[in-house]
Design a protein around this ligand. Structure first.
Ligand code: CU
Length: 151
C-alpha cells in the first residue's frame, strides 16, 4: 500500500513538472505570414465622382487594393510602372520601416523613382497593428487616385 502511494506520488510530481514546463513554454498565438502582391500601375478612364476621367489605377482599381495583414507579417509588393511617361513611388504611411528604409517610398530620398516599364519590390514588416494609408509619392499622382488602405 505504501509502495503504491509512493509510486502515485512520483507520477503526480512528474505530471506537475510537465505542467510547469508546458506553462513556461510560450506558444505564439499567430504565426507571421508573408503577404505577396503584384501590382500594375497604369492610367485608366474611371468615374470616381460620376464624371469620367483619367485616373491612376493599381490592378485596375482606384483606390487601390486593400492590404490585409497582421502585426509581424511581411508585406511584399512587386510594383510594375505601366505609366508611359511618369515615374512612380509608393509611400507606406505610418509604417516605420525598421531595417528597411529603402522601402519607405520617398522618391528622391529613400529610393530612386520607378521609371516607366520597371518593377520595384517593396518589402517590409508590419511593426504595429493599425489602419494605414499608402499613397503615391511622386508628382500629383495621389490626387489622380493612386492610394489605398491597409489594415
Ligand atoms: Cu503619407
Amino acid at each position: 500500500m505504501v509502495e503504491l502511494l509512493q509510486r502515485n506520488g512520483c507520477i503526480l510530481k512528474l505530471f506537475l513538472a510537465l505542467f510547469l514546463f508546458l506553462s513556461l513554454v510560450e506558444v505564439p498565438a499567430v504565426e507571421a505570414r508573408i503577404r505577396h502582391y503584384k501590382w500594375e500601375v497604369k492610367y485608366e478612364y474611371k468615374s470616381p465622382d460620376c464624371f469620367k476621367k483619367l485616373v491612376i489605377t493599381i490592378n485596375g482599381r482606384s483606390p487601390g487594393p486593400t492590404i490585409l495583414a497582421q502585426q509581424g507579417d511581411t508585406i511584399i509588393v512587386e510594383l510594375t510602372n505601366s505609366l508611359w511617361t511618369e515615374n512612380v513611388a509608393i509611400h507606406w504611411h505610418g509604417i516605420r520601416q525598421i531595417g528597411t528604409p529603402w522601402s519607405d517610398g520617398s522618391e528622391g530620398v529613400t529610393q530612386c523613382p520607378i521609371v516607366p516599364g520597371d518593377t520595384f519590390k517593396y518589402q517590409f514588416v508590419v511593426d504595429r497593428p493599425g489602419t494605414y494609408l499608402y499613397h503615391a509619392h511622386y508628382g500629383m499622382q495621389r490626387e489622380a487616385g493612386l492610394y489605398g488602405s491597409s489594415v
